[in-house]
Ligand binder design. Structure first.
Ligand code: NAP
Length: 248
């Protein structure tokens, strides 16, 4: 049911963590993949090798998604390399955590620029192409922090809540063109991003998660693959938490 054979996908921030798992899972389901990253070329090349090992095509495309021109070029380069673009996953994200009273203007600006403006930048460029195809899937990776707020994450939570508004507006505007736009909102998932959480906070968080564990990157990747597939054809503007029950 989940087959993505013949499709192509651009996954932003696919060199590590959740993005990497999404890229590999979409490839396993049959899609060819554009692997975007910002700094870590070596890691991105490993992802390409992993995708090629499952028999799909992959291309590495460095770009800062927060830069409007670079994001447009990224989408164009995906089509030039793979022939078309069926699935866009806006996964690239950063944190600059600190309490509001200590937060610098630059901490706010950079997180909003990458996490929120990045999805606008790539989403706008991809929507133009997908509208011509009269088909497409856009999946934005938000966070439980965007649903609930989080101490020390005013910038990050605002960016991730903003993604939900962006998604719903895009879903309404693009539905008539055969494009669905949805959000996946992960809870705490074991990646580089959560590695630095203090042990005490980790223990407190675990007590709040009904399923009693942090998520694995594959927990998120499988849900993204579902939303990218024909099985999810009648879902748009949805926010799907993948958080072990944390946000309910
Ligand atoms: P991660 O391990 O820190 O990886 C972040 C990825 O984003 C890397 O591939 C990085 O590329 C890329 N990136 C950063 N800035 C970029 C930019 N300006 N342009 C393009 N790519 C950029 O993060 P993660 O934990 O996998 O998180 C992935 C997404 O899930 C993020 O949007 C995050 O907010 C969201 N999320 C994560 C969790 C969690 O618990 N981990 C929970 C909820 C939501 P380089 O390797 O080149 O630096």
């Amino acid at each position: 049911m989940l087959t993505l054979e013949g499709k192509t996908a651009l996954v932003t921030g696919a060199s590590r963590g959740i993005g990497r798992a999404i890229a590999v899972e979409l490839a396993r389901q049959g899609a060819d993949i554009a692997v975007n990253y910002a700094h870590n070329a070596e890691a991105a090349l490993q992802v390409v090798a992993e995708i090629e090992a499952v028999g799909r095509r992959a291309v590495v495309l460095p770009a800062d998604v927060g830069d409007f021109a670079q994001a447009a070029t990224l989408v164009e380069a995906t089509v030039n390399a793979l022939g078309r673009l069926d699935i866009l996953v806006n996964n690239a994200g950063i944190i600059r955590d600190t309490l509001l009273l200590r937060m610098q203007e630059a901490d706010w600006d950079e997180v909003l620029r990458v996490n929120l403006k990045g999805a606008f930048n790539t989403g706008k460029a991809a929507a133009r192409l997908m509208a011509r195809q009269r088909a497409g899937r856009i999946i934005n990776i938000s966070s439980v922090s965007g649903l609930m707020g989080q101490v020390g994450q005013a910038n990050y939570s605002a960016s991730k809540a903003g993604l939900i508004g962006l998604t719903k507006s895009m879903a309404r505007e693009l539905a008539g063109r055969g494009i669905t736009v949805n959000v996946v909102a992960p809870g705490f998932v074991t990646t580089d991003m959560t590695e630095t959480l203090p042990e005490k906070l980790r223990e407190q968080l675990l007590m709040l998660i009904p399923l009693g564990r942090f998520g694995a990157v594959e927990d998120v990747a499988r849900v993204v693959a579902f939303l990218a597939s024909d099985a999810a054809a009648y879902i748009t503007g949805a926010v799907l938490p993948v958080d072990g029950g944390l946000s309910m």
